[in-house]
Design a protein. Structure first.
Length: 294
């Protein structure tokens, strides 16, 4: 029987250098977009995809993240004593969200290395991988879309999106052939090869890999076999490329919008667009933006 995707891995041990100085002493995963830290968007996406076991890979200075998902007795008792029930529920909901385990990546030796740290906790079953600095706004959670493909094709699935030709050199790019899925041939692809940050003229497609994956446990052996690249980093893309020689890997053009909240401009875009969509803040924020003269 096909194993269910029950666990999600969150690599959150990177150094966040693109967001200095904000990330000098604070993990970028705790940067706030509208009213919650970016990692909470990812955890909520996992939970809304039916995944309640979360493994977060942390590095130094990551304790604010652990505190955020923990019960805050002091805050809760203060809110209770002041009869602030609604706020109490907001605080309580975060610590009740999911079962979260933490594992330390002592040195930021790459995304592949971070994922490998979770091998014992994940065990012999498929798992989602969520890069928390990619915040995704979607009607159906992106991970849920990938899990559906996994359940049908019994294979690893990467989320991809179309990017402009002058942007592709910032991403991992797939070479792939279309696969018919639900009557369409432009959503699902069988991956033939992957190229990390190709030059514009050498990119095999305009399909960029973003920070959502459903992986199978054989990926751990592939990561172990990968030779570290520049700076000693072990890349997840290299391990998935290795997997291609032994099994099929799919890529799915997900429905939704992805923001790179680990990048300053991407973060501002997420703040504005998600602020505009926010239930209680949206209307006043829209009015405020309209009042600005550019
Ligand atoms: P990024 O390359 O976006 O993160 O890695 P970074 O290295 O923190 O950021 P910059 O480029 O210096 O600004 C993608 C994801 O992989 C995690 C990061 O935390 C991020 O969520 N990661 C990366 C690790 O957990 N460990 C690593 O060694 C590298």
């Amino acid at each position: 029987m096909l194993a269910k995707v029950r666990k999600a891995v969150f690599p959150a041990a990177g150094l966040g250098t693109r967001f200095l100085p904000a990330t000098k002493a604070m993990p970028k995963e705790m940067l706030n977009v509208v009213d919650k830290p970016i990692i909470q968007y990812g955890v909520e996406e996992a939970v809304n995809s039916g995944i309640h076991n979360i493994v977060i890979v942390t590095g130094r200075d990551k304790s604010p993240m652990e505190d955020h998902f923990d019960v805050s007795y002091e805050l809760e008792s203060m809110l209770r004593s002041r009869n602030k029930t609604e706020l109490l529920n907001v605080a309580r909901k975060i610590s009740d969200l999911a079962d979260i385990a933490y594992i330390r990546q002592k040195e930021a030796l790459g995304l592949g290395h971070a994922v490998l740290k979770t091998a014992e906790l994940v065990g012999d079953e498929p798992f989602a991988t969520i890069l928390p600095d990619d915040v995704i706004d979607a009607e159906v959670p992106c991970v849920k879309q990938l899990v559906r493909i996994y359940e049908q094709f019994h294979a690893p699935v990467l989320a991809v999106m179309e990017v402009a030709p002058d942007q592709i050199s910032s991403y991992g790019c797939i070479e792939a052939e279309p696969v018919e899925f639900e009557g369409s041939t432009d959503k699902l692809f069988r991956v033939r090869n992957m190229v990390e940050k190709p030059k514009r003229e050498e990119a095999p497609s305009n399909l960029a890999i973003i920070g959502r994956y459903v992986l199978t446990p054989d990926i751990f052996d592939c990561i172990r076999a990968v030779t570290p690249g520049a700076g000693g980093e072990i890349q997840l893309t290299d391990a998935i490329r290795m997997q291609l020689s032994s099994r099929q890997v799919y890529a799915y053009k997900f429905d939704g919008k992805r923001y790179d909240a680990g990048d300053k401009l991407g973060f501002l875009k997420a703040t504005v667009e998600l602020g505009l969509k926010h239930d209680s803040l949206g209307p006043a924020f829209r009015e405020y933006l309209r009042s600005l003269s550019f």
